[in-house]
Write a protein that binds this ligand. Structure first.
Ligand code: SAM
Length: 236
């Protein structure tokens, strides 16, 4: 699976993508994540040269019809996506999906992640900022609006990381054997490890501590009962 991220802030992804399962998936080439910054595709009057020689690549402009926020212009985003699709087109048998992040979009779920991992070889993600990206971009690219929840974030970078993480877990080879097994099992939303009885606050003179026990069924060795208990506590 190849993820292509269109973002004004590629550095925002750096540390997350290096860590743990996703870092390993990239190192082992099960997935790849590349970035294109629309700022690199700014042309004409939006490429402003200041008297001191500094250059500003302006990607946004004021909204038609008024409003407080700025809008990311269509052209630099379309050019950025064009640069990606040109590269993708050099490979055989590709299946490309374009996702545009929007708080009002289709809600992202594990089912969505599973379908995406099965159906596509390349996913292009458009990360909005400010008030968002000019609506013509999603129309031209036939992009699907996707939301990660009913709240408004500052930009599409966190949603992109959420999708990369969740979709990657569905790509063969990304999860180790044990992790894959865990994924398919009935999962409880309550987990316990040693000690069997936890005393908190740590007992010491003058401090009244309380004992917290692990549910006895988990120590029973009765696998049928344990599975039933897990189903009962599962919130999925
Ligand atoms: N008023 C804008 C709207 O309703 O679309 C809010 C724009 S928000 C400040 C900037 C960008 O963050 C959006 O264009 C989108 O790409 C991203 N974003 C914010 N919240 C999101 C969410 N819950 N799911 C997906 N993307 C989100």
């Amino acid at each position: 699976m190849r993820f292509h991220i269109v973002t004004l802030f590629p550095e925002a992804f750096d540390s997350y993508l290096k860590e743990s399962i996703i870092g390993r998936a990239i190192a082992e080439k099960h997935i790849s994540v590349s970035f294109v910054n629309p700022r690199m595709f700014v042309t004409g009057k939006y490429k402003k040269v200041w008297p001191d020689g500094n250059v500003s690549m302006i990607v946004d402009d004021r909204p038609f019809g008024g409003g407080p926020g700025m809008i990311i212009r269509a052209e630099p985003v379309l050019r950025a996506v064009e640069s990606i699709t040109k590269k993708i087109a050099k490979r055989a048998k590709v299946k490309v999906k374009v996702i545009h992040f929007a708080p009002s979009g289709e809600k992202f779920t594990t089912a969505y992640a599973k379908t995406s991992a099965k159906k596509y070889t390349d996913i292009i993600m458009l990360c909005g900022r400010y008030e968002g990206i000019d609506a013509r971009v999603a129309k031209i690219l036939k992009a699907e609006d996707v939301s990660i929840g009913d709240y408004v974030l500052t930009g599409g970078e966190l949603p992109a990381m959420v999708l990369i993480d969740s979709i990657s877990r569905q790509v063969p080879g990304v999860l180790g054997k044990l992790e894959s097994l865990e994924e398919e099992r009935v999962s409880s939303s309550e987990f316990y490890t040693r000690p069997e009885i936890l005393e908190w606050p740590i007992p010491k003179k003058g401090v009244k501590s309380k004992k917290y026990s692990v549910p006895p069924v988990l120590l029973s060795g009765d696998h049928k009962k344990i599975e039933e208990w897990k189903k009962g506590t599962s919130k999925n």
